[in-house]
Design a binder for this molecule. Structure first.
Ligand SMILES: [Mg+2]
Length: 190
């Protein structure tokens, strides 16, 4: 299945044109909106992989909508803009805006921009996963160290013995060192 794209553009002819190009390229245009408010509503409802968002729109402009969406979701946003709107883009650094397309948009510029935007999003997720994993490992290591210290004090043994004791429990009970550490901390630390 193609990646899910939400298309936000107030000019219906431009929107239709873009929708055709996207579908042609194998993407799944799961929703279309003509203003920022509707874009937010559809984002909540549809959770797209990517949002293509016009800047100048009625009710709420694309930048404002992008910022509101980025507060809640980690969805990449590709802006649609006229050449003169560069100044707005500089103001949008905080939102998840991964790029912009200058109108009129051709198929040859649209597809690569969409691919890059989707790729960046995947990389960002992978990067976050790596960070989370590293943090978890660090947390586990700290917990093991702490449990070791508790054993050393409690049983008046050296670090090596404390560690070996934990290792033994881990092997005998077939549980991870983290679990052993957690158990020790629950049992012995006040
Ligand atoms: Mg517009």
């Amino acid at each position: 299945m193609g990646k899910k794209i939400l298309l936000v553009e107030d000019e219906s002819i431009v929107r239709m044109d873009l929708a055709f190009m996207l579908k042609d390229a194998g993407y799944d245009v799961i929703g279309e909106a003509g203003d920022g408010e509707k874009a937010i509503e559809l984002t909540y409802k549809l959770k797209p992989d990517l949002i293509i968002m016009d800047i100048k729109m009625p009710k709420m402009n694309g930048l404002k909508a992008s910022q509101i969406i980025s507060d809640k979701f980690n969805i990449p946003i590709l802006l649609l803009t006229a050449y003169s709107q560069q100044e707005f883009i500089d103001k949008a650094k905080k939102a998840n805006i991964v790029g912009y397309l200058v109108k009129p948009v051709s198929e040859s510029s649209l597809v690569p921009a969409v691919e890059i935007a989707l790729n960046q999003a995947v990389k960002a997720v992978e990067y976050q996963k790596k960070i989370d994993l590293a943090n978890q490992k660090l947390k586990n290591r700290k917990m093991i160290e702490k449990a070791k210290g508790v054993l050393m004090t409690r049983f008046n043994i050296c670090e090596e013995n404390a560690y070996n004791k934990m290792r033994q429990i881990s092997m005998n009970k077939q549980v991870t060192m983290e679990k052993v550490a957690k158990h020790i901390l629950l049992k012995y630390s006040s």
